[in-house]
Every structure is written in C-alpha cells, then in structure tokens.
Design a protein around this ligand. Structure first.
Ligand code: NAP
Ligand code: ZN
Ligand code: ZN
Length: 368
C-alpha cells in the first residue's frame, strides 16, 4: 500500500502562518515530505514579501485555506538531493518561486510554460499531489521537485535576489512576450512597489525610456536618481498626465488596488499595450472606447515559466538587476504587512529566515 501523506511528511519544520482572514501571522509547527527521487531539499535563508501574500492571508481573493504559510520568493541553500537529481548538489544557492509542481506533460509544460499548466501546484495555499496543502517560504525549509528550482548566479546576493523569483519574472515575462524590451521604446511602469521597481530596472537594462506613473509624489527623487527612471508622473496630477498623453508604447500595470483606467490608457500611443500584472480584489471597469479608439491592447500576464525564470535570473546578473530591499526579522512580519498595505516599503521586504525564524518561533510552536 502506498504511504499516506502523513507517513511521507517525515520532516519537521517551522513556518509563519495566518490562521484566518485577519491575516495575523504567528509561528506554526509544520511538516515537509521526505526526499523523493527528484526532490531538492532547501534550507530557506530569505523570503521576499509579495503583495500577493498580503492579498492571500487576508483572503481578498476568496480562496484562502488556513492555516496558511505564505511566501513564494524563496532563496536558500540545497541541503540534500534525491537520487535522480542532476542539476543541483548540496550547498548550491537556489531559489523557488510561485510554483512547486505541475503535470509536467501537457502542452504548456512541454513548451516551458508550467505557469499555465492546468495542474499547476502553487507554492502555498493549494492542494499538493499527496493531498496536503502547500506551505510557502515563510518557513525554515522546503522540499521541491528539481524542475521548479532555479540557480542563483554567483553575483546575485540571496537577499536582494529573492524578490526576483516572483517580482522579477512577473515583469520580465510580459516585457519579453509583448515586445516591450526594445531599446528606444517608451515604457510606462504604473505603481512603484516591489514589481514596479524591478520593471524600471529591467526597462533600463533593455535600453528603454522608462517613465514611472505613481500615486506617491514622495517616490520621485529616488525613482529618478536611484532607480534610473527617465521621468516620473504623479497620477493624480491632471497636468502631468495630460503632458504625457499618447507617449508610451507600453505600460506594465502593477497596481494592487482598483483605480480608474481611462486616464492611464490615454498615456498609450496608438497600438500601445497595457499589460496587467496587478491583481486588485474587485473587477475593473473599462469603456470600450478607451481601447477601440486608437487600437489599444489590454492584456494580462501571470508570473512565468521555469525556463524564463532561469533566463531572467541570468540576465539580471548580467545587467546587475536586483531588488532594493528592507531586510526584516521574522518577528517584524506583521508590521511589515501593515506597512506594505500602505505602500510604505522601499521596495521589497525580505525576511531573514535563516537568522531569525528559529528565535521568533520556539515558544509559540511549543504552545500549539
Ligand atoms: P506593492 O509592492 O504593494 O506595489 C504596488 C504599488 O501599487 C504600490 O507601491 C503603489 O505604488 C501602487 N498602489 C497601491 N495602492 C494604490 C492605490 N490605492 N492607488 C494607486 N496606486 C496604488 O505590490 P507588489 O508586490 O509589487 O504587487 C503588485 C500587484 O501585483 C499585487 O496586486 C500582486 O498581487 C500582483 N502580482 C501579480 C503577479 C502576476 O503573476 N500577475 C505576480 C506577483 C504579484 P505607488 O506608490 O507608486 O503608486
Ligand atoms: Zn508574488
Ligand atoms: Zn502541465
């Protein structure tokens, strides 16, 4: 008889879990499966905090399974590998992003777009092959099929590199597949948060003119001086928005909230494209005229496949693209979530799992 999920989950680990839609995170004793033949066991050192983690723990997408251990910007070190694993060995610096498995045999998987597989198993909050619920990277370790593990180039530090596993691939993929990576083109980046600031860096790496469109005038100076954007528009300024009308070839829309779309679509040239990656809670309203009148395209984009994720990391190393981060201890995670909700982060929180999770966890875990 095949072993049960409980029998396979032989490893003890610790996570930070939300117990309900309040989203409050606290330590939880969890288990991970033993090392399968194709598995890579990863000691987690850092995990970025993506706004999707915040949407998820608060159950804004109405699909929450609790207890929920979020986190899909995982960076760490290989602790052990299964006997079929060829790509990795103990001690390698590796990352895991938004998925930990897929069917590995459908058309999407065969083309390298595991992110579109109907059988995708996201890193947390979904049912795994063994029937357990996946737990993410706000935890001490994880066991992942080697196909879903990527290698960090030597020059990318694990803390600044962790956010590339979601924020990086999520903006890189639409730039690549919608042709918004051409030198000289004008790219708008809407929302200067975790995703947005990496989009600015990739846009500059591709030789584009990059304009940030932001609701936060206070981000102007560093957008121009530190991140290298060419221009900065305050979205609430009618004058600045008017001056930039019909000037952009494409906009990557990373905003996490519902905001009026018509003024933003007016920034596009004829045939311009707005690519949605932000996932606000409620449906958005768009007049057909805003798209039809000048042949504009509105599209969406969901993370990226594993081949593209490794390609993105290698390109990031070549162009020196990493995230601007605020490293926090595990005990600070709830405050970080409150700040993220107010767009008060420059520009990604990264939890120092390796040095702080154990210290934050033992008392609460013992009390479970
Ligand atoms: P983030 O760091 O919070 O950045 C979002 C930015 O949106 C904020 O910094 C802010 O930028 C702007 N914003 C927030 N609230 C706003 C409001 N009420 N009005 C106008 N602008 C507002 O979030 P993130 O981690 O980059 O994620 C962004 C979104 O992408 C989230 O919805 C997340 O779930 C989604 N996401 C999607 C994918 C995918 O595969 N498609 C992957 C990862 C994340 P300014 O201060 O500059 O205005
Ligand atoms: Zn994410
Ligand atoms: Zn598949």
């Amino acid at each position: 008889m095949a072993p049960t999920a409980a029998e396979q989950h032989t490893r003890k680990a610790v996570g930070l879990a939300a117990r309900d839609a309040s989203g409050h995170l606290s330590p939880l004793a969890i288990t991970r499966r033993g090392t399968g033949d194709d598995d890579v066991v990863i000691k987690i050192l850092y995990c970025g905090i993506c706004h999707s983690d915040l949407h998820s723990i608060k159950n804004e997408w109405k699909n929450g399974r609790y207890p929920m251990v979020p986190g899909h910007e995982i960076a760490g070190e290989v602790a052990e590998v299964g006997k079929n694993v060829t790509k990795f060995k103990t001690g390698d610096r590796v990352g895991v992003g938004c998925m930990v498995n897929s069917c590995q045999s459908c058309e999407s998987c065969n083309k390298g777009f595991e992110n579109h597989c109907p059988g995708i198993i996201p890193t947390y909050n979904l049912v795994d092959l063994d029937g357990t619920i996946t737990y993410g990277g706000y935890s001490s370790m994880v066991v992942v099929h080697e196909r879903f593990v990527v290698r960090f180039p030597d020059t990318i530090p694990l803390d600044k590199g962790a956010p590339l596993l979601c924020a990086g691939i999520t903006v890189y993929s639409p730039m690549k597949y919608h042709g918004l990576n051409v030198p000289g083109m004008h790219l708008g980046v809407l929302g200067l948060g975790g995703l947005g600031h990496v989009a600015v860096k990739f846009g500059k790496a591709f030789g584009m003119k990059v304009t940030v469109i932001s609701s936060s005038p206070g981000k102007k100076q560093e957008a121009l001086e530190r991140l290298g954007a060419d221009a900065f528009i305050v979205s609430k300024s009618a004058d600045e928005m008017k001056a930039a009308m019909s000037s952009m070839d494409g906009i990557i829309n990373t905003v996490s909230a519902n905001i009026p779309m018509a003024p933003l679509l007016r920034l596009l040239k004829p045939n311009g494209k707005m690519i949605l990656v932000g996932l606000p809670e409620k449906p958005m309203e768009i007049s057909p005229f805003a798209l039809v009148a000048a042949n504009k395209t509105l599209a969406g984009s969901c993370i990226g496949g594993m081949r593209d994720t490794q390609e993105m990391l290698d390109l990031a190393a070549k162009h020196d693209v990493t995230a601007d981060i605020e490293v926090i201890g595990a005990e600070y995670v709830n405050t970080a979530m409150e700040r993220l909700a107010k767009a008060d982060v420059r520009y990604r929180f990264v939890i120092d799992i390796g040095n702080t999770l154990d210290k934050a966890a033992p008392a609460a875990v013992a009390a479970e």
